[in-house]
Design a protein around this ligand. Structure first.
Ligand code: FAD
Ligand code: 2HG
Ligand code: ZN
Length: 457
């Protein structure tokens, strides 16, 4: 009955039931979680999304929204019951409007991030959310996970870029908040509830995002440093010297680069060490390269950095970035891992790294640490390659307890999804959890939106 009604309302091709065709929508990017859906539905318009939600609510069927399915918390995957609808936004992919004066872009949820970036670039502007999965991740997923990425240091998380949203609620109500306003204090700013809610409060169907002037020059450098402490000294000296032109300050362990070399044959242009920093700065004012060179010379002469190279061309910059962007895939090829997407206050980063490394060495022998991430944001991907038989939960607990001792977060940017549901309950207070449940219940009283993700009833 439900399948027939969905086909009648949306057309035959919009409702996928064939198991082979469903498969890519039923597992997460890392292939660690596999579910089974009743069907995958692919609406073309907001009105069709509303119809899907109304029909699902009528039959008490739950809905799992899905974008590019690149999420790192298995939030877009259905459970194994074979009763859930996967709602793919991929056909709603239009760029509705770009305003280079007001500096906004209005896009549908299924638009691939890279497509939106390119559209902004064609107008001499820039959409600053940038991450290795940008060729597949979609705007709806980016908004719903409040994605971070490499430019957060300068431009903030996705939340800082969201000016307006259109959402469809669990009962099919369409809420149009697609305003292109910089300033709007008229009542509660409800859109922020949906940013980062991982499909548990509503379906994001379109968004208005801020765009920025596109800088005329970009300087990319790779440096080796002796320790995480030194990396933070380097961060401070770069901020002192260069001010706010630093977009990215990424920390990469020597082991991460070994993995990238092993699985992709990509080599760092400077000698391997314990830690590397990938720094990018950009500006439209003249003299950027000289300023970065001067700042790096000061760091090298002062002993804050050991060695360094500045990209001489865009191709070289891309080669340097490839070393960073391939780490996740290289880790996947290397074997099973426990992912930790953690943040701590920036000055606590070296202590966290030392304590967590020691805990692994003493309590989880045989594990190998693949640590890298967005050090300029206090966010490190403290990923642990697991030997045969090693329990993931045990390793999660070891690492997350140390994060908690530093008043950090067990998810800096990837979200909770289904991967960290149990962990969230351990590390958030009863009051915070109850407030979250209250919000969820009021927007989705019957628990039909992405149940089992983020927070349990
Ligand atoms: P999905 O994976 O499809 O969905 C993610 C969550 O959002 C799910 O809970 C889903 O139900 C929900 N959702 C999706 N679309 C909607 C919608 N329209 N309405 C409501 N809910 C929705 N993330 C970072 O933050 N920073 C990084 O640097 C980063 N790098 C990555 C590198 C690689 C190689 C990979 C594979 C992933 C990386 N990610 C990173 C994770 C991922 O790309 C982001 O979380 C991204 O925002 C997910 O977008 P998506 O369209 O693939 O969403
Ligand atoms: C990145 O920063 C992504 O490259 C992925 O957030 C991190 O693989 C990971 O854990
Ligand atoms: Zn990241």
């Amino acid at each position: 009955m439900l399948l027939d009604d969905l086909r009648t309302a949306l057309g035959e091709t919009a409702v996928v039931t064939n198991p082979d065709d469903r498969q890519p929508y039923e597992r997460d990017w890392r292939h660690t979680v596999k579910g089974r859906a009743l069907c995958v539905v692919k609406p073309r318009t907001t009105a069709e999304v509303a119809t899907v939600m109304r029909l699902a609510a009528r039959d008490n069927v739950s809905v799992v929204p899905q974008g590019g399915n690149t999420g790192m918390a298995a939030g877009a995957v259905p459970d194994g019951s074979g009763t859930q609808i996967v709602l793919s936004l991929s056909r709603m992919n239009a760029i509705r409007h770009i305003d280079p004066v007001g500096m906004t872009i209005e896009v549908e949820a299924g638009c691939i991030l890279k497509t939106a970036q390119d559209a902004a670039e064609a107008q001499g502007r820039m959409l600053p959310v940038s991450l290795a999965a940008e060729g597949s991740a979609q705007i709806g997923g980016i908004v719903s996970t409040n994605a971070g990425g490499i430019n957060v240091l300068r431009y903030g998380m996705t939340r800082q870029l969201v000016l307006g949203l259109e959402v469809v609620l669990a009962d099919g109500t369409v809420v149009d908040g697609l305003r292109h306003l910089r300033k709007d204090n008229a009542g509660y700013d409800w859109k922020h509830l949906f940013v980062g809610s991982e499909g548990t409060l509503g379906i994001v169907t379109a968004a208005v995002l801020r765009i920025m002037p596109r800088p005329k020059s970009v300087v990319t450098a790779l440096l080796s440093v002796g320790s995480a402490e030194q990396a933070l000294l380097l961060l401070k000296s770069m901020q002192d010297e260069l001010g706010d032109v630093i977009n990215a300050f990424e920390l990469i362990s020597g082991f991460s680069l070994e993995l990238v070399d092993k699985h992709f044959g990509l080599k760092a242009p400077i000698d391997a060490g314990d830690w590397f920093v990938l720094l990018e700065a950009s500006s439209s004012l003249p003299g950027l390269r000289d300023a970065v060179e001067g700042a790096l010379m000061t760091a090298l002469e002062g002993g804050t950095a050991i060695d360094g190279v500045i990209a001489e061309s865009q191709a070289q910059a891309q080669q340097i970035w490839a070393l960073r962007e391939r780490i996740t895939e290289a880790e996947l090829k290397e074997g099973r891992s426990a992912k930790h997407d953690v943040s701590v206050p920036i000055p606590a980063l070296p202590a966290f790294l030392a304590e967590a490394r020691e805990a692994l060495e003493t309590k989880a022998p045989g594990t190998r640490l693949n640590a890298f991430g967005h050090a300029g944001d206090g966010n490190v991907h403290f990923n642990v390659l697991l030997p045969e038989g090693q329990d993931v939960g045990e390793v999660n607990r070891l690492v997350h307890d140390i994060v908690a001792a530093h008043r950090g977060s067990i998810s800096a940017e990837h979200g909770i999804g289904s991967y960290r549901v149990a962990e969230l309950v351990r590390y958030r207070s009863a009051e915070e959890l109850e407030l979250s449940r209250l919000i969820r219940r009021s927007l989705d009283p019957r628990g039909l939106l992405n149940p089992g993700k983020v927070i349990l009833p």
